[in-house]
Ligand binder design. Sequence first.
Ligand code: G6P
Length: 610
Amino acid sequence: MCGIVGYIGSKNCIPIIIEGLKRLEYRGYDSAGIGFIENNSCRVIKNKGKVSLLEKKVAEGVYSPSVGLGHTRWATHGEPNEINAHPHYNADKSLMIIHNGIIENYQTLKTILINAGYEFKSQTDSEVLAHLIDSFLKKGNELFKAVRLALAEVEGTYGLAILYDKEPDKIIVAKKGSPLVIGVGDDENYIASDVSALIAYTSRVVYIEDGEVAEVFRDGFNAKTILDEDINKEIHKISMSLEEIDRGGYETFMLKEIMEQPESVLNSMRGRLLFDEGTVKLGGIQNLAERLAKTKRIIITACGTSWHAGLVGEYMFEQFLRIPTEVEYASEFRYRNPILQPDDAIFFISQSGETADSLAALKEAKRKGALVLGICNVVGSSIARESEAGVYIHAGPEIGVASTKAFTSQLVVLALITLLIARKKDMSLIDGQKIVEEFQAIPEKIKTILKLNSQIEEIASKFRDAKNFLYLGRGYNFPVALEGALKLKEISYIHAEGYPAAEMKHGPIALVDENMPVVFIAPKDSTYDKIVSNIEEIRARKGRIIAIASESDNHIDNLADFTIKIPDTIRMLMPILTVIPLQLLAYHIAMKKGLNVDQPRNLAKSVTVE
Ligand code: G6P
């Protein structure tokens, strides 16, 4: 999510780090910082906002350090501001750390450290690492060992880089879950969270693996596992172009983001599932859970793909909470003089947190005194700030204009909210635990679906010249039909409509002939038999059927022209799985038409005008 870059050698590290940060800025851009050692003491310069602002701030002083670190932040804990920007110091400013990832047990560690006399300056989870490492240095350990001992106590993910003024000729790096590479030069070395930050200087890299820690010197490096075992690291030669590297080796950002979903969905749940209690922990709304359980009505307001996530949320809330739920287009809600009661709760879902209609609707709801809650991806965005409380989806920066990984993370968060409130109402511990288990299994199931990529590409090749598409689903999969159609429209410019499967008899069926592709979302659930009847109806009119079906379903192969088989889960979580083949189908059709899927015509990633 965030970007890390560092240098140790004989040159002035500042321009190298600033350049590296600019290269990484596309993946996190709410604040930036640089830290270095000069004359045996640490110095940190940081600010809210762009790397270009940091560059100006650094230029106000005269420095030429030969070892330093830089960070560009995509906030997860604590709003984007100067204090929360990295690097973070220990108490006497002899040590600084920069961190990508999420420390899941940071609250526990923070309490222990506060009891031991440590003071925290920021709201970040990352700052605990600076104090925790400091506590092991105070026990007489040298830095490399202190870092290993500290990390043995940490749960969560990290790409970590550390400087210490008492051992000024090394950078320590560590990795678990967040990428980290060493760039090998001649009597100089680089570190980065992404090879794109160092490819301008060297093409020789060493990939640090999970559970490994390395000390990087000017003339070499030494790697160990956290458990102090020696390891030999291989140097790899990079042959990718810069552009390819930005996209993680994928052809487009959209494909990268589709493929990232096992990880982004996991990040949305990370540290939030409580199996023993059969519930979840959602810091942002935890203290409102009782109040939400008593809510008489929930309204969900959003635009675009986020609105589709809201529709799935409606099914979740009504099934498990038995609270009447309405889903509103933000633009309609705000101009309709909506009727709001004091015990209504309104959720605003927005990836960017900046969509003008959603923001204006939120302000209107606030004026009317409703409880206003945000579900956003961008931390510290306008909707996140204006909401009374909320839950971040932690999907990481989404660059492709057509939303993919943000949608699945929005669904995860809506399901987490459902479980939190349901357990305050009448859901049993056993039922809660079953749902937690289903959550845990989702990332692996997504991986299974992503393996169907070439099968889906093959299907897509048959439909590149289609003029229309119908997407049909029932229940939880009706909003998925809408989302599948939207994805196709957005990037392939093929006219597509999503409908509740039964409703197609009331109009769209008139369009069906041998040229009409119809996508059925038909997993084996309580509506399966009904949807099979709908498939028969389309077959009878010679429509070309693509079915998204359960792995165990052999019958459907006889009915559909193409079937895409996916794993099962509980109904509430099924849309997280069923939407993925539809993202890939839209993607490949658009690519086969030679279109720019990352920047489709006429669309914008963040619609900040009405
Ligand atoms: C634009 C984007 C869509 C997005 C919608 C709502 O139309 O192209 O992908 O779903 O805005 O954006 P938000 O950031 O509020 O989720």
